[in-house]
Design a protein around this ligand. Structure first.
Ligand code: ATP
Length: 402
């Protein structure tokens, strides 16, 4: 199904622009009219990370007249494996500014608007207002639901993408463009239970997958802006890079959707952190008075070495994470073993007097496991807040982080 172009055409292209965009101008579906629409377009990209990098680069190269960048973070060495808009000399710089510099080099005709801040309930409506289209390149559920809701309230279509390891997904959510067009909540009414879906920082992502999904997002954005082809409204694009398989599933509007359904219950922005629960209630309860810092752990490890303390330190991450860095003296039992109950047989008996201390990468998975262990009777079990990330940052910077 085709849709009218989102943007009116600019009055004219300059001679420089005609030269620069000549390969677009000779595509019948873009042409002079489409390129003038791109020139007039205002597109906001949220996140200048894995997906945002290729999205910004190609939107800029394509001649989108105004490109907004909403990003609060700074460039880290571990970003460079996939966030190709940043380079070695950008490490430590705000990503939004680093991205702006790259765009100036790729296409100085683009006007870049930098929003060097975290998008949240306080600023999202104001920042979104005035853009024709949004490209969501973020990596967390709280932001995704917020983007979906804010875009819906303002009637702005957006292109969503998501990546994990070798798997990617993308879709266009534009409930105000067609009566039967779904929103993100129609596809995913509820966020996954906290701790169940690891982030890319926890589970990893193939760098080049960002290019595959980010370029699909740009493709959809260009189609929407110029009114070409059949955009992925009501369609979920699924890419399996390991099998080299693309699939397209139909996504229907949910009449019971909390946002765009017949009797909406979400009528304004909500507390998205609470909705997505950074940590499950059981895990939060278990960890409430059983969380130690890495400094406390270091002291406990010294006492254990001196023979004045008895405990097992268990790393609940995956074996490939354990290969990258570890807290010395830890034993690896991945979280899945706790969830299926097998880990308990590998722990010292409850009445042995040996305490159980758990850690993971950042403290989310270990809190989930702590709830299991406490439920099995290990009342004095502890977990390490901040996990191995805090250990590397505060105790042993000689180890790599990831
Ligand atoms: N609410 C938000 N406002 C602005 N930018 C956001 C928001 N939420 C996430 N982002 C940005 O979206 C980008 C997502 O990129 P990516 O998935 O590659 O993750 P990353 O945070 O850079 O990497 P990693 O999680 O592996 O350290 C990040 O740069 C992140 O800072």
């Amino acid at each position: 199904m085709s849709f009218p172009a989102l943007v009116e055409p600019a009055a004219e292209l300059t001679i420089d622009e005609v030269r620069r965009y000549s390969r677009h101008l000779i595509i019948p579906d873009v042409g002079m009219d489409g390129q003038k629409r791109l020139k007039n377009a205002k597109v906001l990209v949220i996140g200048a990370g894995g997906l945002g990098s290729p999205a910004l680069l190609y939107l800029a190269a394509a001649g989108v007249g105004t490109l907004g960048i909403a990003e609060f973070d700074e460039v880290d060495e571990s970003n460079l494996q996939r966030q190709v808009i940043h380079g070695q000399s950008d490490i430590g710089k705000p990503k939004a500014l680093s991205a702006q510099e790259s765009i100036a080099e790729i296409n100085p005709l683009v006007q870049v608007v930098v929003h060097n801040e975290r998008l949240d309930n306080d600023n999202v409506m104001e920042i979104f207002r005035g853009y024709d289209l949004i490209v969501d390149g973020t990596d967390n559920f709280a932001t995704r639901y917020m983007v979906n809701d804010a875009a819906y309230f303002l009637g702005i279509p957006y292109v969503w993408g998501s990546i994990y390891r070798f798997d990617g997904q993308a879709s266009v959510f534009a409930p105000t463009m067609a009566d039967d067009a779904p929103c993100y909540r129609c596809l995913y009414p509820e966020p996954p239970p906290p701790g169940m879906v690891p982030s890319c920082a926890e589970g990893g992502v193939l760098g080049v997958l960002c290019a595959s999904i980010g370029s699909i997002q740009v493709n959809e954005a260009i189609k929407l802006l110029v009114g070409a082809g059949d955009p992925a409204i009501g369609k979920l694009v699924i890419y399996d890079a390991l099998e080299l398989e693309w699939r397209k599933l139909k996504v229907r509007k949910d009449p019971n959707c909390a946002l765009c359904g017949e009797n909406p219950t979400v009528t304004g922005l909500i507390d998205y952190d609470a909705f997505c629960g950074a940590i499950s209630e059981e895990a939060a309860d278990a960890a409430a008075d059983a969380t130690i810092s890495v400094v406390q752990l270091e002291n406990l490890l010294k006492e254990r070495a001196e023979g004045t303390r008895d405990f097992v330190l268990i790393d609940v991450r995956e074996p490939n994470e354990y290969e990258i860095n570890k807290i010395p003296g830890s034993l690896l039992i991945p979280k899945g073993e706790f969830l299926n109950g097998n880990a308990l047989a590998q722990l010292p008996p409850v009445d042995s007097g040996t305490q159980v201390i758990l850690h993971c990468k950042s403290g989310v998975r270990s809190a989930e496991c702590l709830a299991v262990v406490k439920g099995a009777g290990y009342d004095d079990a502890l977990h390490v807040g901040g996990g191995v990330v805090a250990w590397v940052n505060q105790i042993d910077p000689s180890q790599p982080s990831y």
